[in-house]
Write a protein that binds this ligand. Sequence first.
Ligand code: CA
Ligand code: CA
Ligand code: CA
Length: 135
Amino acid sequence: MSTLLAVFSLIGLGLSVPTGHIYDNAMARKLFLRGDRDHDLILSRSDFEQIFRTFDLDGNHKISGVEFTGHWTTEKLGNIKDATHLFYNLDVNKDGYITQSPDLPFVYNWFDSDSSGQISEGEFIIMWQKLTAWK
Ligand SMILES: [Ca+2]
Ligand SMILES: [Ca+2]
Ligand SMILES: [Ca+2]
């Protein structure tokens, strides 16, 4: 019984975390592990393209704001306000869509801060915090 209570209180704590704290290290780490489809602890270009495809719900090779915020909230990655803010930052050329060019390579190169051609977990977490701090 006490174990059960402990579990419930943990769930309660999880739900009461303010949304302002959502983009901490734990959030960035969770996103990194989700994105690293082949589990080699590197976010490669092909991992990135697969993430792109999961957001492109209608398969037209571009992610609209509705697709992005819809998928983001469905997957419980954050609230719609965070998703809208993030979409705006990821749509580098501000044409209303995230596309495989030029947005995706730009974002990839931006995350790859040492230009090694790969995004490590450390790079991702540091750059994610920068990305979500842009207001
Ligand atoms: Ca990988
Ligand atoms: Ca689309
Ligand atoms: Ca764009």
